[in-house]
Design a protein around this ligand. Structure first.
Ligand code: SF4
Ligand code: SF4
Length: 278
C-alpha cells in the first residue's frame, strides 16, 4: 500500500485534474481510495461524476458558559486570540462561536471554572464510487475558520481503511497552511503540480521548501506546459534536485472532459503511473 499526495503551491494549477486522472488510471488494475482533502472547495467528485453520499459530521469543541458561576472578571475575553469572546468587566461574556477555533485558552484561564466544553458541527465527510475508485470527500461548512479538523477526520478514516487498498491518493488544498501539512504528513510520496509562470514558480518554491522540511520525497508535474516559460520551472527543479516527471500541454480535449466530469486520459499520465508503481 502506498499513500500518494498531489499538492500545489497555488490554486488553479490543475491539481484536481491530475489527481483524478491518476486515480482513474491506477484504478484500472488496483484498489484505489481517492481522498479529496481540499476541504474548503472539494471538487474531485465533480470531475469523476460521482454523486456523494453523506458519511458523517465533523465536530469541533467550543466553550459554554455557566453564568451563575461566572464572576464577570473579563479574563476569558482577554486571552481569546480570535476575538470570539466580547467580555467587559462586570458584564456576562458574549460568545461568537463562528470565530472560535477551540484552542481552550478561555477554559484554562477562567479562575472559577465557569467555562466547560460543548461542540459545534463544522463540516461533513462524504463517500462515493465511480470508475472503480472509492472516494472520501471532506467539506468544511461555509464561514467556519478551521479546516484542519475536517482534514484530521479524513486522516483518521485513512488510517482505518488504508490496508484495504493498493493506493491511497490524497488531493490536498493549495498552499502551505496547517490542513495541507496535516494531509502531506500521511504521504509516502508527493507530486507537486505547477504551471510555467512566475506565480507558478513562486508558489512551487514555497511548497518545495515545506516538503524538504517535512522530509517527504517529491517530484514535479508541469501542467499547461506549453503556455508560459518552462525554463522557470526547469531551473527550480534543478535547484531542488527534482525531476519534472510529467508535462501536460494545454488541450481543448482536457477542458471539454473537465466540463463533462470525465477524467483526462493522456499519455503523459502514464509517466506519473511509472513513478507511482515502480
Ligand atoms: S474568565 Fe470566567 S469568570 Fe471571568 S468573565 Fe470569563 S467566564 Fe466569567
Ligand atoms: S476556545 Fe480559544 S478561540 Fe474559542 S473562545 Fe476560547 S479562547 Fe477563544
Amino acid at each position: 500500500m502506498k499513500i500518494i499526495g498531489i499538492t500545489g503551491g497555488k490554486g488553479g494549477t490543475g491539481k484536481s485534474t491530475i489527481t483524478t486522472a491518476l486515480a482513474y488510471s491506477l484504478a484500472k488494475n488496483n484498489k484505489v481510495l481517492l481522498v479529496d482533502a481540499d476541504v474548503d472547495c472539494p471538487n474531485d467528485h465533480l470531475l469523476l461524476n460521482i454523486k456523494r453520499k453523506f458519511h458523517k459530521f465533523v465536530e469541533q469543541r467550543i466553550p459554554i458558559w455557566d453564568f451563575n458561576t461566572c464572576t464577570k472578571c473579563g479574563l476569558c475575553g482577554e486571552v481569546c486570540k480570535t476575538n470570539a469572546i466580547v467580555s467587559i468587566k462586570g458584564q456576562d461574556p458574549i460568545f461568537m462561536k463562528q470565530q472560535c477555533n477551540g484552542c481552550g485558552s478561555c477554559v484554562f484561564k477562567c479562575p472559577v471554572n465557569a467555562i466547560s466544553w460543548n461542540k459545534k458541527i463544522i463540516g461533513q465527510i462524504f463517500t462515493g464510487n465511480n470508475y472503480n475508485i472509492d472516494l472520501l470527500s471532506g467539506e468544511l461548512k461555509t464561514n467556519e475558520p478551521v479546516s484542519e479538523f475536517v482534514v484530521n477526520s479524513l486522516n483518521d478514516i485513512i488510517d482505518d481503511e488504508k490496508d484495504n487498498y493498493d493506493y491511497v491518493i490524497i488531493d490536498t488544498a493549495a498552499g502551505t497552511h496547517c490542513p495541507v501539512i496535516a494531509a502531506l504528513e500521511m504521504c509516502d510520496y508527493v507530486f507537486t503540480v505547477t504551471e510555467p509562470t512566475p506565480l507558478g514558480k513562486h508558489d512551487l518554491e514555497i511548497i518545495l521548501q515545506l516538503l524538504k522540511r517535512l522530509n517527504i520525497d517529491s517530484n514535479i508535474v508541469l501542467n499547461r506546459s506549453d503556455i508560459g516559460n518552462k525554463q522557470l520551472i526547469t531551473d527550480l527543479a534543478k535547484k531542488y534536485e527534482l525531476k519534472i516527471v510529467c508535462e501536460i500541454p494545454y488541450s481543448k480535449e482536457i477542458v471539454d472532459n473537465y466540463s463533462k466530469g470525465k477524467p483526462i486520459i493522456n499519455e503523459q499520465i502514464s509517466k506519473l503511473l511509472e513513478g507511482v508503481t515502480k
